[in-house]
Design a protein around this ligand. Structure first.
Ligand code: ADP
Ligand code: MG
Length: 247
């Protein structure tokens, strides 16, 4: 018996005439990184948004920790432990690292009263936030405004905000986008350890990182999964090489 944490079954989504997801089924198992790769416009972000609850599928279901969450909002799914980061940065630029993560710890109950009270009093919100900040290696940058962080640091801050909710699964949409080699290898190391806290569904274009990290890889082309397998299986799959790796 495999330990399936998250699954989607026959998810379909159209934007007018464009079929962005066609009967997509995949699952995420405890302890693994499952990478989702495919050309630009293949429907990767659209699929992750349906799994996170940011967008409703036309058909199909999403299950998380044994619950059918298909009809739950993104906030309700986050409360159950579905952590995510976005292709576009979601941190508040004028807040410091600590303020951003403290706000995430408070989650959707974080009105401004709780936020400032907890920041002033120090705990338990700040303690929890400090733990998440240390987890991503930003402890020396906790008082820096998000806007003043280097690009790679900002992506790690986003992971820290996802960690704040003690997720049982991560949905990460291109966490290495726009990073140099050093940032990408730091992020690779971080994801490698994070998978043991919660499995990761990872959209990523950096194929070195994908092949180094992924326990399984699924390839999405024109809204359809054309192959799922280990790094070796995907690397040697002729259809994948033609459709995606450009050979
Ligand atoms: P990927 O993340 O794989 O690059 P996306 O999921 O962002 O692809 O997009 C898949 C397709 O759906 C693209 O053709 C995109 O233009 C289209 N699309 C995405 N979101 C919307 C939307 N909200 N409305 C209309 N079309 C969209
Ligand atoms: Mg995308």
């Amino acid at each position: 018996m495999t330990d399936v944490v998250l699954s989607c079954t026959k998810i379909s989504k159209a934007f007018g005439a464009l079929q962005a997801s066609k009967d997509v089924s995949l699952d995420l198992q405890a302890g693994e990184i499952h990478a989702l790769i495919g050309p630009n416009g293949a429907g990767k972000s659209t699929l992750i948004r349906q799994i996170s609850g940011a967008m409703k599928p036309d058909r199909g279901t999403v299950h998380f920790l044994g619950h059918d969450v298909t009809r739950l909002s993104a906030i309700e799914r986050a409360r159950l432990g579905l952590g995510r980061s976005f292709q576009i940065s979601s941190v508040i630029p004028d807040f410091t690292v600590l303020q951003n993560v403290a706000l995430a710890v408070l989650g959707d109950e974080g009105n401004s009263f709780h936020f400032f009270r907890d920041l002033l009093k120090g705990r338990p919100t700040v303690e929890r936030a400090e733990t998440c900040i240390a987890r991503v290696g930003l402890e020396d940058r906790r008082a820096v405004r998000a806007a003043d962080l280097a690009h790679g640091e900002r992506r790690r801050l986003e992971i820290a905000t996802a960690l704040a909710l003690e997720p049982r699964a991560f949905l990460l949409d291109e966490p290495m986008a726009g990073m140099g080699a050093e940032g990408a290898s730091e992020m690779t190391r971080l994801l490698d350890t994070l998978r043991h806290e919660a499995p990761i569904l990872l959209i990523e274009h950096d194929m070195d990182a994908v092949f180094a990290l992924a326990n399984r890889i699924s390839v999405l082309v024109y809204g359809e999964i054309i192959a799922t397998g280990t790094s070796d299986e995907i690397r040697s799959n002729a259809e994948v090489r033609r459709a995606y790796l450009g050979e």
